[in-house]
Design a binder for this molecule. Structure first.
Ligand code: FES
Length: 89
């Protein structure tokens, strides 16, 4: 399994995420609890911004193309496709 390095701002901490796990799960495994509620991509509680890198979704996320172009992702559904820099700010 391919593993990617995820940097989380503003805490400036790193954790590893496998290509088949969601960013929320990978963060939790590393001891970082990200905001969340529904875990199914519907509530947007987990919304955070991707400053660099690529993510993938099994199903199309409930985000507009414009939101995705601005970097918004749903970590409860997004899986990494590269190293990433994310910000909760
Ligand atoms: S936790 Fe609800 S959309 Fe991610």
């Amino acid at each position: 399994m391919t593993t990617y390095r995820i940097r989380l701002l503003p805490q400036d901490v790193d954790f590893d995420a496998g290509e088949d796990e969601t960013l929320l799960s990978a963060a939790r495994r590393a001891g970082f609890i990200l905001p969340h509620r529904c875990l199914i991509g519907a509530c947007a509680s987990c919304l955070c911004r991707k400053l660099s890198g690529e993510v993938n979704y099994q199903l199309a996320p409930m985000l507009t193309e414009r939101e995705q172009a601005a970097g918004w992702i749903l970590p409860c559904q997004a899986k990494p496709r590269s190293d990433l820099v994310l910000t909760l700010e």
